[in-house]
Write a protein that binds this ligand. Structure first.
Ligand SMILES: *Cc1c(COP(=O)(O)O)cnc(C)c1O
Length: 345
């Protein structure tokens, strides 16, 4: 992989905005800060946040055994993904490859950035069609998005197939691991040193229970991280988010316990679904949701809504005809769902 050839020309030549707070690191010291036009009266939030999020990154680095210079943080994975598009894809010229059915944001961002989205369907059991993917790659294809565990199907993607793509594709392979904490798979972050064209994204929005703070994590080579750092908005992670994330990560045992509970709840739901007559198929899940095929998804969706339960109708997605995606809730929420399902005919 030749990073300089993959990056957009304007990005290559760009210099990062130098923010006032970049010029010294030591916010704890007794320095007098008259550099950033802040209001000097203490509101706990009157100062700009750390643009490099050093404390937070150090905790993430330790927990994920990746060094801090392989990490970039974003305002949700959505910002991370957008930065990746803007670093690599020239509007009206380059293309990306996505594998439907998958997460909708890749296509939204492709449209937003005027990038062609070449779609190569997953197989009906939601695995990669490696040969078709390799065939579909064009000279201007910069990025390939693989979601594992995949949303909306819930399965993890075969590792050997991903390896073939990492080796066979000269662009960047982005593996979206939003649901990795619910899976038995090892994170691809363990392979960053082996594949310079690998980017792994994670988030605190799912397992960590912090969708509201918007924190996405990007792991990649030092060279890619340096580029993304250069183009990110200087203060993209606000102080409240940095503090909340640090607190959650320092209390990781709470998250671990919640994940374990959700995995048990997921198994109970799967078992209970087996005896609901209009559920035709339950797809295997390594995430905190379950995709099911029912007799008539629109009808079942409406019945659930009428009774106050909102699920996601995924019927319009490829290979997902009559499919509903159901998030694993608390024990009492799941009981409510099952009670209702058992009263419907
Ligand atoms: C929920 C989800 C995300 C999370 O996005 P955030 O912007 O971090 O909240 C990312 N990727 C996939 C596939 C998801 O389902």
């Amino acid at each position: 992989m030749n990073l300089n050839k993959l990056l957009r020309k304007n990005i290559l030549g760009m210099k990062a905005y130098s923010s006032a707070r970049d010029e010294y690191k030591d916010l704890e010291s007794d320095m007098v800060f008259l550099d950033a036009n802040e209001n000097p009266f203490d509101t706990l939030l009157n100062r700009y946040p750390d643009p490099q999020q050093n404390r937070l990154k150090q905790i993430i680095a330790k927990q994920r055994t990746v060094s801090t210079d392989h990490i970039l943080l974003g305002n949700g994975s959505d910002e991370v993904l957008d930065l990746i598009f803007r670093a690599f894809c020239e509007p009206n010229k380059d293309s990306i490859l996505t594998l439907p059915p998958t997460y909708g944001m890749y296509d939204v961002l492709a449209n937003l950035n005027a990038i062609e989205n070449i779609q190569v369907p997953l197989s009906p059991d939601f695995q990669l069609e490696v040969d078709s993917i390799l065939d579909a790659i064009q000279p201007q294809t910069k990025l390939l998005f693989i979601c594992s565990p995949n949303n909306p199907s819930g399965n993890t993607v075969d590792r050997k197939a991903i390896e073939r793509l990492l080796n066979g594709f000269k662009g960047v392979v982005v593996i979206d691991e939003a649901y990795i904490d619910f899976s038995n798979e090892v994170s691809w972050t363990a392979y960053l040193n082996m594949y310079p064209n690998l980017i792994v994204t994670q988030t605190l929005s799912k397992a960590y229970g912090l969708a509201g703070i918007r924190l996405g994590i990007c792991f990649a080579s030092k060279a890619i991280i340096a580029v993304l750092n250069k183009i990110k908005p200087p203060y993209n992670i606000n102080s409240l988010t940095q503090d909340a994330a640090i607190k959650a990560l320092e209390n990781k045992t709470i998250v671990d316990a919640q994940v374990e509970t959700l995995l048990n709840q997921r198994n109970s739901l799967i078992n209970a679904f087996k005896s609901v007559s209009f559920i035709k198929k339950i797809y295997p899940s390594e995430a905190n949701f379950i995709l099911i095929k029912v007799d008539d998804a629109n009808k079942r969706y409406d019945e659930l809504i009428k009774n106050g339960i909102v699920v996601r109708n995924r019927s319009s997605q490829l290979h997902c005809e009559n499919c509903l995606r159901i998030t694993v809730g608390t024990s009492s929420e799941n009981t409510q769902l099952l009670t209702l399902l058992n009263t419907l005919i």
